[in-house]
Design a protein around this ligand. Sequence first.
Ligand SMILES: [Zn+2]
Ligand SMILES: [Zn+2]
Ligand SMILES: [Zn+2]
Length: 628
Amino acid sequence: DICMNLRQHTGQGKALVLHIKDVEEFDLLGTWSSPTSSSVGPSLNESLDQLIRKGFFRPFDINICNEALPDRFSIKDRRALAVKLGLCLMNFFDADLTSNRIHFLGPKPYLAFNSELSVTTNSEIFLVGHPALLSFAKLLLEMEYGQNMDIDISPHNSENGQAWFQLMHRLELLERERNDVYVEAIRGCLTVHYKIASALRLRGSEHKDVDSIIRKNLYMEIVYKLMIGHEHSQNGYTHARKRRRRDSLERTTPEYKKRHIPESQVLPAVSGSRIMSSVRPSHRDDFEIAIICALQLEYDAVSYIFDEFWDDHGDPYGKAAGDHNIYTTGRMGNCNVVLALLPEIGKASAASAAASMRSSYRCLRLAILTGVCGSVPHRQCREIFLGDVVISKTVLQHDFGWQYSDGFIRKNTVEDNLSRPNKDVRNLVTIFETDRGRDQLEQLTTQFLRQLQANAAWKKRPGKYDYPGTAEDKLFESTHRHKHHVSPTCICRNCFNDLDPVCDEALISSCADLGCDDERYIARKRLQAMHQFENVGGDNTPQPAVYVGAVASGDKVIKSAAERDKLSTKADVIAFEMEGAGVWDEVPCIVVKGVCNYADSHKHERWQNFAAAAASAATRAILARYIR
Ligand SMILES: [Zn+2]
Ligand SMILES: [Zn+2]
Ligand SMILES: [Zn+2]
């Protein structure tokens, strides 16, 4: 225990040397040494402050004539060092982590603290000007510019207004040059106090560990971003800008950078009364928002966008008699949310589960059915990709009607097929159909997707929700069936048109195993632009696009490109799923689903987690931005 140790050694004039054992582990090693000892001790070594002063961190591209420079740290080394220091920050957010306290023994950074550490700082109070956060922002900027900055940081928040302003100004100058994750981490240092303060204010019970709330926020807003920056530097690409997929040219214009604003500014300001309403609710009737999932993997993805759970220590709310649903309750931003996992997939199960839910949660205003779906490959002239998000304007039942030999005729028109959505839901969806509304939703979705990925990494599942890559996004021509292509001996031999059957083995085999032909891909513009960007090691989380349109719902899974194209032409359907029709009639509902296949016969197994994460992020964005 470091605090104990420090207290015991107070006044002995010794220095405590600590270092993080490994980037993966958060373990600390510490040794005491007296400054006069000639063995190991920071006094014999140079501090980061001195190294910066001597030019070890000067950028490579600045040409300084007639000056002998020492071997400088490579971008990769700097990013690795930044991660290590970030991990230190998580442990020492109450300490004075400045460049003159960081020493190097060989390649490893050490922290040196005076044993006469001042304990009268107000580092537990997260206001603007928090000394440790400002010091760390300064440190990251110094390592970036390779120069010591003449900014005084006081141990007291209230005296640091000027310092915060100066650092923010330097950050803005840097942002004008580029906007990569390292820059985002610096911005995190200067804005995370707001998030920590809100989280501490909103924390439901006193039992919750204050330290873990602080650490988690530092991890999500600073350390995780430094880790991503380190990863990018290993790929030899450090200046990745956030991608605008719709128009690859747009990302080079200064306009885009201006529009990238931290989430804390996008979210509506938290008023006093809203804080009161978002403390732990006392009864089920205080829940107005439900999120419904049909698959466990969808439920898992949603669980990473909760800010806080109300049922960590058991379910405090119970449910109505006869309700067999499984619920999780918690908070997302200022909304209390109940999350339900349906017992089975399909319409009937969804309808009875939604009815039960309404009996337990009587005051629901909106249910968002989220998860994964199949989609058409394009909507008018916009291409739809795996990982994009579809929002329902209407839901129609595609298997409600008479079966004809040449296909399927729906019984009624779209409007009569299911009752019209209520006015609130219609208005909400109308916003997303406007250009501005959609742009905002897409940006916010991307931010929450990042947050979801960081949260999963924090909970020891790094990479689970990563983008699978453009190479995995294959769209075949409609007529190209998923069957044994290479000299088949099975019934695939006789499969020529869309109605001919294929063998059972083909149904469960991958495209590669069957020989589904690479030449039969449909080339698409947006994907090619993204692919080029990927090749230079660009940021690997694209911005999911959002589409609004009719969603076809039915117990039959659509696995036919011909059927897909027919429904798309006849009823302007953009996506296919199985539960919407069941929920729609029971509670005011919108379907928000991530595209994980093209509703054809081919397999796209790797996309489910990412698509579910994108849909969860979009759901979270809708709640953050539009639900009051
Ligand atoms: Zn076969
Ligand atoms: Zn295939
Ligand atoms: Zn073929």
